[in-house]
Write a protein that binds this ligand. Sequence first.
Ligand code: THU
Length: 137
Amino acid sequence: MLLKEKQALIDLANTARQRAYAPYSNYPVGAALRTKTGRIFTGVNVENAAYPQTMCAERVAVFKAVSEGEKEFEVISVVTDNGGSPCGGCRQVLAEFGLDTIVLLADRNGKLLKETTVKELLPEAFTPEHLGKQVDT
Ligand code: THU
């Protein structure tokens, strides 16, 4: 993946981040997920007055993609104020669709701080294979 492609995906996530609904934490998060077919789905965190109903940006992006028929992912960029890393729940949701998905973490300036994979972020992940499922992505 070219550096300028990475930056473009980060910039999309950062633009999306402006649409985050985070009045409680004031920690807006933006994500941009690129599928193997080249489609891009963005996501933002959507908070709620009933705090546990909040949804993370990464999961919004994944669920948008899956609901549009895309389950094979190549890379996801995540932009926060300070380069925060996906929460455990989002790591698990990403793992469902492949451990090799690349994860780009960037800060508010769109500076790439870390490049990793779902496999690295969630070692020994519990996956569909553990349920004997040969999932057709
Ligand atoms: N958040 C995300 O959107 N993604 C993460 O992986 C970490 C946390 C959101 C949830 C909440 O709206 C805010 O960041 C503070 O936790």
